[in-house]
Design a protein. Sequence first.
Length: 102
Amino acid sequence: MISEREHVTPYILGHPELFRFGKFERFHNLEHHRWTLDEESDFRFLERVFQCLYREDTPFLTSEILDLLEREPELLEINQGIVRNEGYLQSLQHDHRVVARS
């Protein structure tokens, strides 16, 4: 299946007999954030975060990003119009069409 090659996490989670995995969760309810680089608006968002938080010799932390977004919530609007997991959804549709033809 195309979706399993392009987006491996659902495959891994769907085959616990093949994989051992655990979960470490320090932060909760961050699903509404889009901290990825797939689209130009994602780049603009990340660029603003880096402009605000980058320090040459010290990495910034998730908590600092969350604090920044609390102080400047308008940053969240930069890339909010993108459909989450759009590529994965397209891959699933492709898989469904292939199976339906079989």
